[in-house]
Write a protein that binds this ligand. Structure first.
Ligand SMILES: [Fe+2]
Ligand SMILES: [Fe+2]
Length: 203
């Protein structure tokens, strides 16, 4: 079972054409998938509380680990590289504080996942050991962090991004995400690698 199999109905993952024509669509879709994966992780812990790992549980653990180590990490990286800088240009202090908090959330979620990952991988592969209490507490923490973070992003920064990024920026973003590349052309509203560095001095 793949992460996609856990996370979709198909509406959760728009077509390649839709994602290429508007990069924000791909970011939104990743939020939906992340929430589905977090739910699957909680269900997995509940299943393990009732019984030991089955073949289905192992496969599910593998897909969850694949998603959280791959697509979820890339999503945070892309937000930091492409979206946060676009928000910070001309931002008022409250928006700058919000972006800084979201950036720190990414670090907290990464730390939570790094604690949890060896246990999920042990279930997935059957090698190594996993601890039920560590797993339960780690999943609880990661799920809360992910849900709070996505809610904050969707209530504040994504509406603001929709105002700031025009159709050309969103298309450039979509194409770059589809290719797995850095944005190749100059887009004045998108990339500024120094901006996050500036936050710590300005907030
Ligand atoms: Fe984020
Ligand atoms: Fe996000």
């Amino acid at each position: 079972m793949s992460a996609t199999a856990i996370a979709t109905p198909s509406t959760m993952w728009p077509s390649a054409k839709e994602r290429r024509s508007d990069g924000l669509v791909a970011f939104d879709a990743c939020h939906r998938r992340t929430l589905a994966i977090v739910g699957a992780l909680e269900d997995m812990v509940a299943t393990l509380d009732r019984a030991g790992p089955s073949a289905a549980t192992c496969a599910e653990a593998a897909s969850i680990a694949e998603f959280l180590s791959g697509e979820a990490r890339a999503h945070h990286e892309h937000e930091e590289r492409f979206l946060f800088p676009a928000l910070l240009r001309g931002a008022d202090p409250s928006l700058m504080r919000a972006v800084r908090r979201l950036h720190e959330d990414h670090d907290r979620m990464e730390e939570a996942w790094m604690e949890l990952e060896p246990h999920v991988q042990a279930i997935a592969t059957g090698f190594g050991t996993w601890d039920r209490d560590v797993l339960r507490e780690g999943v609880c923490l990661l799920a809360a962090l992910q849900r709070d973070h996505i809610e904050a992003e969707e209530s504040l920064i994504y509406p603001e991004l929709r105002k700031r990024l025009g159709s050309t920026d969103r298309r450039v973003l979509g194409r770059s995400l589809a290719k797995g590349e850095r944005i190749a052309q100059d887009t004045s509203t998108l990339e500024n690698p120094a901006v996050l560095e500036q936050i710590s001095h300005s907030v």
